[in-house]
Design a protein. Structure first.
Length: 139
């Protein structure tokens, strides 16, 4: 890791605020600050791990169970038709900390291939509304 603090480690350690939707011993999930669609969540391992190949075998199951739970909650909580679940490794990885994108999908939403337009939440209140819907679906 470079000398620059990892933004995702700061979120995991609660030194940086984020709209958390889920957390367990293996992972933390929070809303992406620059979502493809509103409700787009990121799932990160608690440990600083840069790419999926570095994820210890013992953590694969617990981490991807968290991804699975968040994907189900995004779909259920937002009444989405499905989800797009993706991960970059090094190339196009904006933060060098393993993270899985869970993007809500709706038929006809315009997402094509790997072209990822970005939207913004209108307010902190709207961010909280989306966070709450997903978090509630996880209970």
């Amino acid at each position: 890791m470079s000398g620059k603090p990892c933004i995702f480690c700061q979120i995991v350690e609660e030194r940086l605020a984020a709209a958390r939707v889920y957390q367990d011993d293996a992972a933390v999930a929070f809303l992406d600050a620059r979502p493809v669609f509103k409700g787009h969540a990121l799932v990160v391992p608690r440990a600083h791990i840069e790419v999926v190949g570095d994820l210890p075998a013992a953590m694969v199951g617990p981490f991807f169970l968290a991804v699975q739970r968040v994907a189900q909650a995004v779909e259920q909580g937002l009444s989405a038709g499905g989800t797009f679940v993706a991960m970059n490794n090094r190339i196009s990885q904006s933060v060098p900390h393993l993270h899985v994108h869970v993007v809500p999908r709706h038929k006809g939403d315009g997402l094509r291939g790997f072209f990822w337009p970005r939207v913004r939440y209108a307010s902190d209140e709207e961010t909280e509304e989306f966070r709450e819907k997903i978090a509630r679906a996880l209970q």
